[in-house]
Design a binder for this molecule. Structure first.
Ligand SMILES: NC(=O)c1ccc[n+]([C@@H]2O[C@H](COP(=O)([O-])OP(=O)(O)OC[C@H]3O[C@@H](n4cnc5c(N)ncnc54)[C@H](O)[C@@H]3O)[C@@H](O)[C@H]2O)c1
Length: 265
């Protein structure tokens, strides 16, 4: 692996790092030389398990419990992280839901769903990102070490997904925030980019893949040029690239990682 892909001396905070894409990103970061990998999750036990796995790679790792929709809680873990590790160089906004509607409104068109269902998508996928960026940016600027903000969004936010309108809007909003933040923070050598995933097998979605009618699954996979669903490492590899020095002149972008489900304009 090229030395440009090293995260040597970097401290990284990954939200929703307790499983799925976040867990694989934490392990990638651990394997690429981070000084410390900070694993946030609302589920502390999950985060602890992943921190233990990362420590198994010989890297300092810590679990930090917070719900990213709670700004005060996010500010508190960021302050604790800076006190312990001096800085946060890389923020990965990964916590989110992968698109299912909350159970009480499952299968309803969004205009018939309860506004609290809309909130469920908006709070974690949009406000969660706003909260984490707001909490981390002052420390990144003060540290004068540059920085990386990487947000895991969805192809739904790029091309729109029928039945997931509010989720699509939330993810598109996070990408819009990223572009604006990239403009604001470029002069501090802080970059901000998004990774837009399509259907990826994670603990959140594996039940759907396991239980799907094989003919439906085939029809779905036929929409992917590379005929398989995403793996968490497909996301982690792109996040690693965007966190590393190799992406130094890239900012404000949204990169689809989607097996060719859609193409970037
Ligand atoms: N899996 C997919 O098909 C897919 C597709 C497109 C985009 N994405 C995006 O990728 C990201 C990760 O998805 P995944 O499939 O790995 O999810 P996952 O559900 O398997 O894991 C998400 C983790 O985030 C944590 N989390 C959820 N809400 C949180 C909150 N409010 N505060 C803190 N932690 C929270 C969960 O506890 C869980 O450990 C999400 O942002 C999702 O929208 C996933």
């Amino acid at each position: 692996m090229s030395s440009l892909l090293t995260l040597r001396d970097k401290v990284a905070l990954i939200t929703g790092g307790g499983q799925g894409i976040g867990r694989h990103t934490a392990l990638r970061f651990g394997a690429h030389g981070c000084r410390a990998v900070l694993i946030n999750d609302q589920d502390l036990e999950r985060a602890e398990t992943v921190a233990e796995e990362v420590r198994g790679l010989g890297v300092n790792a810590e679990a930090l419990r917070a719900d990213v929709t709670d700004l005060a809680a996010v500010r508190e873990i960021v302050a604790r992280a800076i006190e312990s590790h001096g800085t946060i160089d890389v923020l990965v906004n990964n916590a989110g839901n992968a698109g299912a509607n909350p159970p009480d409104d499952l299968d309803l068109p969004f205009w018939e769903a309860q506004p609290r269902s809309w909130d469920a998508h908006l709070r974690v996928n949009l406000y969660g990102v706003i909260n984490c960026v707001a909490a981390c940016v002052p420390g990144m600027i003060a540290a004068q070490r540059g920085g990386r903000i990487i947000t895991v969004v969805s192809d739904a936010g790029r091309v729109g997904e029928a039945g997931l309108e509010v989720y699509s809007a939330a993810k598109a909003g996070a990408a819009g925030l990223t572009r604006a933040v990239a403009r604001t923070l470029g002069r501090h050598r802080i970059t901000a980019n998004c990774v837009a995933m399509a259907a990826t097998v994670t603990p959140y979605t594996e039940g759907m893949f396991d239980n799907a009618d094989p003919r439906l699954l085939k029809r779905m996979m036929d929409k992917y040029v590379i005929r398989r669903p995403g793996r968490p490492d497909d996301a982690a590899n792109m996040v690693l690239f965007l966190a590393s020095d190799a992406s130094d002149w890239i900012t404000g972008q949204t990169y689809p990682v989607n097996g060719g489900f859609s193409f970037a304009l």
